[in-house]
Design a protein around this ligand. Structure first.
Ligand SMILES: [Zn+2]
Length: 224
């Protein structure tokens, strides 16, 4: 039977949890190593700042209500709430029960993020011709939660920070390199106790992580 929380393979994500329960040291810069994922516990009114140190790296982002993992950040509900597929500074990101989970309070990039594309997974890399296991964002989400003693009850659609997927007038989409700059940051203020998960997307077969397809670390910190 399909188990949404069970990874299709493994990588270092299982070993690099920031603490037993994902609680961060405040104001401490943590690394999400290239190709891996990290889960972090957020209190209400804390802010998480995520940094694209090299300007080319996409960060898949998910969040779950700490007290009920079945409630999670939902891009489909964000589309309805914003009337847009491009969240901007001042916009709130809502859950699948339409509660505010975050507000974007700062974004130094031009604001090109993706909210429509599913995270890369084992099956996507098989479609792209991989014969062996390839690191992937869905497994990073699953393993990041396992690393803090939790299990994903579902795989929500991600907020793909810095992922550049333009949509043309005919509804067609393209997979292009990020339009971010080195050291771009985004700050998300939390409205709910949650577990946020980030993955340094390991997609190196399309140029979404830059023309040279080099996967980089992502950095983040949490502060009051
Ligand atoms: Zn990915």
């Amino acid at each position: 039977m399909f188990d949404p929380g069970k990874p299709d393979g493994t990588n270092d994500t299982l070993k690099i949890g920031i603490s037993n329960d994902g609680k961060p040291s405040l104001d401490h810069f943590y690394k999400v190593p290239a190709r891996c994922g990290i889960a972090v516990k957020l209190e209400k009114n804390q802010t998480i700042q995520i940094e694209n140190r090299f300007g080319t790296q996409v960060c898949d982002f998910w969040a779950f209500n700490s007290h009920n993992l079945h409630e999670h950040l939902s891009m489909e509900h964000v589309h309805t709430s914003l009337g847009s597929v491009l969240p901007k500074i001042g916009d709130s990101l809502v859950s699948n029960t339409r509660k505010k989970m975050f507000t974007i309070i700062e974004d130094t990039s031009e604001g090109f993020h993706d909210t429509i594309i599913a995270s890369c997974d084992h099956h996507r890399y098989q479609e792209l011709g991989c014969k062996d296991y390839h690191d992937n964002c869905v497994d990073n989400l699953r393993m990041a939660l396992i690393a803090i003693g939790k299990k994903a009850p579902a795989i929500p659609s991600p907020f793909n920070i810095w992922m550049n997927i333009p949509i043309d007038q005919n509804g067609r989409i393209e997979w292009l390199p990020p339009r971010a700059k080195p050291k771009d940051i985004i700050k998300l203020k939390s409205h709910m106790e949650s577990i946020a998960v980030m993955s340094s997307c390991p997609q190196d077969l399309t140029p979404i992580n830059g023309e040279n397809c080099k996967i980089q670390d992502v950095y983040f910190k949490v502060f009051n």
